[in-house]
Ligand binder design. Sequence first.
Ligand SMILES: NC(=O)c1ccc[n+]([C@@H]2O[C@H](COP(=O)([O-])OP(=O)(O)OC[C@H]3O[C@@H](n4cnc5c(N)ncnc54)[C@H](OP(=O)(O)O)[C@@H]3O)[C@@H](O)[C@H]2O)c1
Length: 293
Amino acid sequence: MKPAITVLGTGRMGSALVHALLKAGHHTTVWNRTVEKTTPLVAAGATVARSVRAAVEASEIIIVNVTDYPATTALLRGDIAPALRGKLIVELTSGTPHSAREAGTWAVEHGVTYLDGAIMATPDFIGTEHGTILVSGARQAFDEGKDMFQALGGNVQHVGEDLGLANALDSALLALMWGALFGALQSMAVCRAENIDFSELARQWTATAPVVEGLVSDLIKRTAAGRLAADSETLSSISPHYSAFQHLVELMEVRKIDRTVVDGYDAIFRRAIAAGHLHDDFAALSQFTGKAG
Ligand SMILES: NC(=O)c1ccc[n+]([C@@H]2O[C@H](COP(=O)([O-])OP(=O)(O)OC[C@H]3O[C@@H](n4cnc5c(N)ncnc54)[C@H](OP(=O)(O)O)[C@@H]3O)[C@@H](O)[C@H]2O)c1
């Protein structure tokens, strides 16, 4: 028989988690501050708990998915703490590495097993083959929860025992994602100014996305290996990138497009070029985006 699970927090993501658990056959108890949001989940087979305490008492595994760690703290660190003793908390709320480690320390002090996860997906990916969740903490606890994790997504991975790892990777991957999303905002501003239909942009983006993916993978690989100087495998040195970048800046100036984002890129290019890296691999820029000061 599959273990019963409690989910605290049934917003957009929490609701998706509950649907996936129900679909996999887990008896699922839910609690949400705004009880109305649990109605569709009850219709799908979940049991609603009237209080956090009742929700915690209903299962040995408690998944938390609220807005932030202070919300989790407010829910679980008061009188409820003794009811959590011996249970497994899986924190899937987004947060920082240090908040995850701090929660882990609290859990040890209160006899609670604690895993910290980062959901690298939107709700529509939960319960599907491509649903990615990164989990850090004790390997044994992760293995014991395997059934439940498999229900949540086809790519749920244990990334290490250090509880901060999942959240650290989350921030790293989000930095990459926002690069793409803010880039898309710039692209749309250019298209709008130049009367290019967004459907055309969408088509060309799909066609060129594999090139971008290849460049990102190459950048990571070369930086990891410290291969910052140009060599026979260099796809592009800083020089042609900076020339093309200036075309973008010129277009933006002519069309009076906001430069807040690209000015940041410009500053990094300029620092690298001033330090003599114009003809090095693009990966040489990695020396100018690390620790500040
Ligand atoms: N949506 C995504 O695509 C996505 C992707 C990856 C990770 N996440 C993470 O998943 C978490 C939830 O995101 P979401 O998209 O589900 O957000 P959401 O729809 O805004 O839901 C937020 C949830 O947190 C609850 N909550 C907030 N403050 C609370 C408090 N002080 N006490 C008790 N409950 C509280 C809300 O309760 P009420 O209903 O009562 O307001 C609701 O259940 C966040 O950490 C988010 O970063 C989301």
